[in-house]
Design a protein around this ligand. Structure first.
Ligand SMILES: [Zn+2]
Ligand SMILES: [Zn+2]
Length: 163
């Protein structure tokens, strides 16, 4: 569908275009018959604006002190996150318990390896279906039915290495 969006692997892209990102998710929701409620849209915009992985704790704090729709209690925020995760609009980075906006929200839920910089905390989606497919095939070869893949590589990004 949106091939040009797939080409973007720069996580900072969404800092400049968080509004456009939310609009893209809105369109995806409409075409897939999903409802992007105000709290879901608000949580999504917070994750998108952060431009880097947003810790669950920080997100809850932003919702609590922010000017979002209504008083959103933590369970409401977690339900909104679940919706966004389930539909592939955001990703959860398990190793650092943080959330990051997906670079290609028009595609459905997908597994992607992440490169996480331990110096600047940036996270880059590695657009590599081969790794995901290979793991999937290996698992199925052993009679295992894979449900989810969590691939998180920690290290130092090129920018931090150069600094
Ligand atoms: Zn993604
Ligand atoms: Zn870095």
């Amino acid at each position: 569908m949106n091939e040009d969006v797939h080409a973007c692997t720069d996580p900072k892209h969404h800092v400049h275009d968080a509004k456009g990102f939310v609009a893209a998710v809105e369109r995806a929701c409409t075409s897939r018959g999903l409802r992007l409620t105000p709290i879901r849209a608000y949580v999504l915009s917070l994750v998108a604006h952060a431009g880097k992985p947003l810790k669950a704790y920080d997100l809850l704090e932003m919702v609590r002190t922010g000017d979002g729709p209504g008083a959103a209690a933590p369970p409401t925020v977690y339900r909104a996150l679940d919706f966004l995760l389930e539909n592939g609009f955001i990703h959860k980075l398990e190793s650092i318990n943080a959330f990051v906006a997906c670079h290609h929200p028009s595609s459905s839920r997908h597994s992607v390896p992440f490169l996480i910089c331990d110096t600047c905390q940036s996270a880059t989606e590695l657009e590599d279906a081969e790794i995901v497919d290979l793991l999937d095939a290996r698992a199925r070869g052993l009679g295992f039915a894979p449900r989810a893949q969590i691939l998180e590589v920690h290290g130092t990004c090129a920018q931090c290495l150069a600094a």
